[in-house]
Design a binder for this molecule. Structure first.
Ligand SMILES: [Zn+2]
Ligand SMILES: [Zn+2]
Length: 387
């Protein structure tokens, strides 16, 4: 570890715990946004507000170089009732920082202060504090509000804490690192009737069951064996009585892919199968297919760059390449579609079996704050090096 900034740590820990106490759901992070913006203003940043409703972009220029770099921290929380028992537990009942975005924000705020004090770079740094990572795609909304037009970035970077990875380990992956996440609701519309007179009805449950089974063939028969994808039918609801054939059946799917072509093929096949199966049973389907976050695809040269930096910063024994992507999703994916950059993980394990992300007992590991903060400082000062 090259730099520690231990004199800044009490403030950074205090910020993290304060943010933990005021968790807010995506696009309503009003207190969080105010807190972040006020801190950044006092540090001397130009602070822009209102991108993505509650988003904050803080800009600091130094020297004469036209180079620029963007770092993003997400700051929204989750609808979870906290069970950590921490003295700084959530003061907003039913809302909780269970994904560690309080830690991401505290590290970037800490780096902001240190960068402003040292002024040891040549160029422009844009610190992007983003709302609504968990639900509404705050990244996309900030971009629709002109993020990269108003704040051009040569490259962008973001990290996520990972309590399942060894403490202090950096994990990188070139290409896809997280999956797309799409949703589909299929409503099978049949003709209800008496359970003893099936010949007079068009049973949406049997047709729905057949659709669900046929969907299992999409991954096994239509997608290349070396490509990855997921179709999960997470809900299938219909009927209430044993002797009544209902009118409708409804199913809800989550669909994941690591590649845009695979993603398109999944949608095409799901629609086709649902419609063709339905027709064969004499029922119809209404399909509501919603595209969510795209696959998160890391760019090669920025990934190589940050991996090299982490090797120097933390030592090779603390740097790994992820053998596989994760089938979860992340809206930094939208930003990586427009700007080169990379998204990576920082291991934060305390014990063998820490509560996972999104668990009511999850608590961001404050011991990693010095590492994450110092790494952002190192990245900005190296990327915008005057040498
Ligand atoms: Zn999360
Ligand atoms: Zn998260």
């Amino acid at each position: 570890m090259t730099i520690q900034f231990s004199n800044h740590m009490p403030e950074i820990v205090a910020n993290r715990r304060y943010l933990h106490q005021i968790p807010e759901i995506g696009l309503s992070e009003f207190k969080t946004s105010d807190f972040v913006a006020e801190q950044l203003s006092t540090m001397g940043y130009e602070v822009a507000r209102g991108l993505g409703k509650t988003g904050v972009v803080a800009t600091l220029r130094n020297g004469t170089s036209r180079r620029s770099v963007g770092i993003r921290a997400d700051f929204d929380a989750l609808p979870i009732l906290e069970e950590t028992g921490a003295e700084y537990t959530s003061t907003h009942p039913g809302v909780m920082h269970a994904c560690g975005h309080d830690g991401h924000t505290a590290m970037l705020l800490g780096a902001a202060r240190i960068l402003a004090e040292r002024k040891s770079f040549d160029g422009t740094v844009h610190l992007i504090f983003q709302p609504a990572e968990e639900n509404f795609g705050g990244a996309r909304i900030m971009m629709d509000d002109g993020l990269f037009n108003k704040f051009p970035c040569d490259a962008i970077f973001a990290l996520h804490n990972d309590p399942s990875m060894p403490f202090g380990q950096f994990a990188f992956r070139e290409g896809p690192i997280m999956a797309s996440a799409d949703e589909c609701k299929i409503t099978v519309v049949g003709r209800g009737g008496h359970g003893a007179e099936p010949q007079e009805a068009a049973d949406p449950i049997v047709a729905g069951a057949s659709i669900i089974m046929a969907l299992q063939t999409v991954i096994s028969r239509n997608i290349h064996p070396l490509q990855s994808a997921v179709i999960t039918v997470g809900a299938f609801n219909s009927g209430i009585a044993s002797n009544v054939i209902p009118e409708r059946a409804e199913m809800k799917l989550t669909i994941r892919a690591l590649d845009d072509n695979v993603r398109d093929e999944l949608e095409r096949r799901i629609r086709l199968i649902a419609e063709a199966q339905a027709a064969s049973y004499g029922v119809s389907v209404e399909i509501d297919y919603e595209r969510g976050y795209p696959p998160t695809i890391n760019h090669k040269s920025e990934t190589d760059y940050v991996r090299q930096l982490a090797m120097r910063f933390a030592g090779g024994e603390h740097v790994v390449d992820m053998p596989q992507p994760i089938m979860g999703s992340e809206d930094f994916a939208f930003m990586l579609q427009e700007r080169p950059g990379t998204y990576f993980f920082l291991g934060t394990a305390k014990t063998e079996n820490d509560p996972p992300l999104h668990h009511p007992k999850f608590d961001f590991n404050d011991d990693i704050l010095p590492t994450g903060t110092a790494f952002w400082v190192e990245l900005v000062e190296d990327y915008l090096s005057s040498k």
